[in-house]
Design a protein around this ligand. Structure first.
Ligand code: ATP
Length: 231
């Protein structure tokens, strides 16, 4: 099976009875290696819920998810931790950096958790920071950097353990349109250079143009799945 992501009949309800919310309804999809897949949809359409289910941050009401051949929905807590450490990188709208750590230390955190030896870790942190254009900012703390720079640190951190899948939830949501475009260009370049797959939720139509494929959610349902037209 060459699909990196496979989702079959995935649903997630919140609440119950009269107050039930069908956040994701019977979604099935596949994504190949090296694809940048954008997930569009209005606020409340289910984008975050879908991303969290694929990344093993949440459990579905029904349905199954596989990532890189591992069944996320059948994984126990220990397997999920390993999957999130080794196979899936996450980027969030709010960056999620640790404020008291420098850019380099933030990028090094997942490698510490994976017990990568210090020398090797430092070398890789430098490579990653160079890759996102922040080689000269290694010692700065998040509050000393712009939003775009912080998000690039978060991307470098997400790539630390060389994940097969990068999940990004509105990664440009807090950035102005020009910085957002630069961050999305960077994501695309990284995806294509590394043969990594990325699943990126975004509201921004200009960012959707950069995707290889676009999924559209409406009220939790997948209503469109199109190959993007190259621009
Ligand atoms: N923990 C929760 N408890 C109850 N309802 C929830 C919970 N999380 C999400 N929902 C509901 O599920 C639906 C989908 O939410 P979700 O956050 O996935 O949408 P979204 O497309 O990511 O929206 P946005 O673009 O605003 O982030 C919404 O109706 C939301 O209110």
């Amino acid at each position: 099976m060459s699909d990196l992501i496979r989702v079959e009949g995935l649903s997630r309800d919140y609440g119950s009875g009269d107050r039930v919310v069908h956040a994701v309804r019977d979604v099935s999809l596949r994504a190949g290696r090296g694809e940048l897949v954008a997930v569009r949809g209005r606020s409340g359409a289910g984008k975050t819920t879908l991303l969290n289910l694929v990344g093993g941050l949440d459990r579905p009401t029904s349905g199954r998810v596989w990532v890189a051949g591992h069944e996320v929905t059948a994984a126990g807590e220990g397997d999920l931790l390993r999957l999130r450490r080794d196979t899936i990188g996450f980027v969030f709208q709010s960056f999620g950096l640790i404020p008291i750590l420098s850019a380099a230390e933030n990028v090094g955190v997942p490698m510490r958790l994976a017990k990568v030896p210090a020398g090797q870790r430092e070398e890789r942190v430098s490579v990653l920071l160079e890759m996102v254009g922040l080689g000269a900012h290694a010692a700065q703390r998040p509050y000393e950097m712009s939003g775009g720079q912080q998000q690039r640190v978060a991307i470098a951190r997400a790539l630390a353990n060389d994940p097969a899948l990068l999940i990004a939830d509105e990664p440009t949501g807090q950035l102005d349109s020009e910085t957002g475009r630069a961050v999305m260009d960077l994501l695309r370049a990284l995806v294509h250079a590394r043969g990594m797959t990325a699943l990126v939720a975004t509201h921004d139509p200009t960012l959707v143009e950069l995707a290889d494929r676009v999924l559209v959610l409406r009220d939790g349902r997948l209503v469109e799945s199109t190959e993007a037209v190259p621009v």
